[in-house]
Design a protein around this ligand. Structure first.
Ligand SMILES: NC(=O)c1ccc[n+]([C@@H]2O[C@H](COP(=O)([O-])OP(=O)(O)OC[C@H]3O[C@@H](n4cnc5c(N)ncnc54)[C@H](OP(=O)(O)O)[C@@H]3O)[C@@H](O)[C@H]2O)c1
Length: 292
């Protein structure tokens, strides 16, 4: 029998997937892919096999993917360059005859170049197409926005100034935690019947930034209001504050996408896979903002 291979285990999501997987599958049946041998050492202590390989190097992936029944493929974080990387992963999976590829894609409605997050979307859409055309068995996990992105999107300023400033209008997002997404991924990896399916993994309610401001106000006891500037005013403010252009593009893109309703879907797929709704965003907000 082949192994279950998890990529991205040195990152936030893959680490949790591995942790949850090891509750269900013996370590001797699990393999991880890391691109830095030094980082791989820690995983050897868990009893899993450590394969060294990079999405940039197809040959390393073909070697790493040998004897793999299921591959949990974490999308790369080098958004500008991951098209070729993901192509390498899919081609290596074909060459190594991987049994089933589970890919972490993204939640969306607008798949055209008019999407404010097209710069992120384009490589996910490419990868989904490559998988569908590959002849491999695949599962596409359309991940909603991580609740853990909230502190990044709103920054520390609301707690200092009492104003949350983001060009998202009254757009809503159905956030969920990485751990909830990881639980769904592990269900797909350890159960039968998910081949060639796509799942929409979302939170169980969609909330606006106004709602978020109210929640954080209640937690902190400090009145926080929400202001939605135009994307241009937002970009100018962040530029003045010294935020790098790359981040301004990212924050603006996701805020405007939220405004356009890209992330409002609420699906029962997570509950069907894990037996549990995504219901931990409030708990997470209390953890993050409760002590401040
Ligand atoms: N849904 C959302 O809200 C959301 C938010 C942010 C990101 N994402 C996407 O979800 C993915 C997982 O999120 P995360 O928070 O776990 O990201 P993360 O902490 O940045 O982890 C990314 C992982 O991918 C690995 N990786 C990157 N490039 C690689 C390459 N060329 N070859 C092999 N491994 C490579 C990294 O390895 P190293 O340790 O070697 O760098 C790391 O283990 C991200 O990469 C991104 O595509 C989704």
């Amino acid at each position: 029998m082949g192994k279950v291979l998890v990529t991205g285990v040195t990152g936030n999501l893959g680490r949790i997937v591995l942790e949850k997987l090891l509750h269900k599958v013996p370590a001797s049946n699990v393999k991880v892919l890391v691109r830095d041998a030094e980082k791989g050492e820690a995983f050897k202590q868990l009893g899993v096999e450590v394969a060294i390989g990079s999405y940039d190097d197809k040959a390393s992936l073909v070697a790493a993917f040998q004897n793999t029944d299921k591959l949990y493929f974490v999308s790369g974080n080098d958004v500008a360059n991951r098209g070729k990387q993901h192509e390498n992963v899919v081609n290596a999976a074909i060459e190594a005859k991987v049994g089933h590829v589970v890919y972490t894609s993204f939640q969306r409605k607008n798949e055209t170049a008019t999407s404010p997050i097209h710069f992120v979307a384009v490589t996910h859409l490419l990868t989904e197409r490559l998988l569908r055309e590959s002849g491999l068995k695949y599962t596409i996990l359309k991940h909603g926005i991580y609740a853990e992105m909230i502190p990044l999107f709103i920054g520390d300023r609301p707690l200092e100034t009492g104003v949350m400033f983001l060009p998202a209008g009254d757009g809503k997002t159905s956030y969920l935690l990485r751990s909830e997404l990881a639980a769904a991924g592990v269900a797909v990896l350890t159960e039968e019947g998910h081949e060639n399916h796509s799942y929409e993994l979302t939170g169980s309610e969609a909330i606006s930034y106004e709602d978020l401001a109210a929640k954080i106000s209640a937690i902190t006891g400090k009145q926080i209001s929400y202001v939605s500037p135009t994307p241009e005013v937002f970009a100018a403010e962040l530029t003045n504050a010294g935020v790098p252009a790359e981040y301004i593009g990212l924050f603006t893109g996701f805020a405007v996408a939220a405004k356009e309703g890209e992330f409002t879907n609420i699906s029962s797929d997570l509950e069907r896979l894990t037996g549990k709704k995504a219901d931990s965003v409030d708990t997470y907000l209390k953890q993050v903002y409760g002590a401040k």
